[in-house]
Design a protein. Structure first.
Length: 366
């Protein structure tokens, strides 16, 4: 069976690996990473050009507990098959008020998760650099949790797929028809086509807008040696708040510096169509939200000392029911998109589900 996977991102590369392992004739299609100067790039972008995404099993949504547990269980397999490491077991802290934490407890029923329940005093004892609001408690996952490099995970999935026989086409897709993919230089025919193109999926499918794509800004703070020592045992952090704040510990980037990353927009700005999404990336993100995030990180980590900072754009893609859209659209066409703000850590399972639909001609649940 010939299967074309459109989108060399987190879900698409995962689908290609799972398919190639079965012996299917797989072609994975998508451009390589955009050069550093976004403003002059004429084509499309992606949000995985980064070194830090939170990974953990606990969540207030049962669906994401299941798919994350499945994906995390295969991290070592992916690294072994590709020779590329992408996971750092830094631990993960999830904190919130009583209703929030009750939802988290209900969502993990039936899933084996190693964690510690912490009251506010317990959080302060383990992580004295954090300011936790009154009334908050926490869940701390010390094992099989922390952060992944989405850039390296895509590289690992792609390399593993290649080793299992997949063909990699580093080109931008212009159009997708049922059983056919068209790039600037070639037409690729396939028995099945999986479209996993994130926020660009609706445009490639030529369908009316069904997915919601939101502009996001993330801010990075350069951490020096003394501050790195103070934050040495810092886990990834998700804290209940109106702006859905999340923080990653200092991570060393390609420039050799340690950067502490923070996200959580105070507003949702929806982007309509491929051109609007690409234009958003070219802007470099919102300086105003960058400033806001710096204020927030200094509230969560009082006395934070940073040597420089910058912000950058990304997008998140959402389905109307807030569950990834992984299903058959036609006899030879499958969609696998909408991580709903949580797709990186569980992308291997989302890709596996799309691959199973292509191979078994059926709907697959996690």
């Amino acid at each position: 069976m010939k299967i074309a996977v459109v989108g060399k991102g987190l879900i698409g590369s995962a689908a290609a690996r799972h398919l190639a392992k079965t012996g299917a004739d797989v072609t994975l299609i998508g451009p390589d990473e955009v050069p550093g100067d976004y403003a002059d790039h004429p084509g499309s972008f992606a949000s995985h050009y980064d070194e830090g995404r939170i990974t953990r099993k606990n969540d207030r949504r049962p669906y994401f507990v299941r798919v994350s547990a499945a994906a995390i269980g295969r991290y070592a397999e992916i690294a072994a098959e590709s020779g590329i490491e992408f996971f750092t077991e830094a631990g993960a802290l999830l904190a919130g008020g009583p209703d929030y934490m009750s939802a988290v407890a209900a969502a993990r029923e039936g899933i084996d998760i190693s964690f510690e329940e912490l009251d506010r005093v317990g959080i302060a004892r383990l992580f004295p650099f954090l300011a936790i609001p009154e009334g908050f408690t926490g869940i701390y996952e010390p094992r099989e949790a922390g952060h992944i490099s989405p850039r390296r995970l895509v590289a690992a999935q792609t390399e593993a797929a290649r080793r299992f026989g997949a063909r990699i086409v580093p080109e931008e897709v212009i159009r997708v028809d049922e059983g056919r993919v068209i790039t600037a230089t070639q037409t690729i025919d396939a028995d099945q086509v999986i479209v996993a193109a994130g926020g660009w999926t609706d445009s490639l499918l030529g369908r009316e807008k069904k997915l919601e794509v939101y502009a996001r800004t993330v801010t990075f703070h350069e951490i020096g040696p003394d501050e790195a020592h103070r934050l040495a045992n810092m886990p990834t952090i998700v804290m209940e708040s109106p702006d859905d704040i999340y923080i990653l510990p200092p991570i060393r980037y390609a420039d050799g510096k340690l950067w502490l990353k923070l996200g959580g927009d105070p507003e949702d700005v929806e982007l309509h169509g491929k051109d609007a999404i690409n234009d958003w990336f070219r802007t470099g993100g919102s300086a105003e939200i960058g400033d806001y995030l710096t204020t927030r990180i200094c509230e969560v980590i009082p006395g934070l000392r940073f040597e420089s900072r910058f912000h950058k754009p990304c997008v998140t893609t959402w389905s109307t029911d807030r569950i990834p859209e992984i299903r058959r659209l036609a006899s030879r066409l499958i969609i696998a998109a909408a991580g709903n703000g949580s797709g990186a850590k569980c992308s291997d399972e989302l890709g596996r589900m799309a691959a199973a639909i292509a191979l078994e001609d059926t709907e697959v649940q996690p």
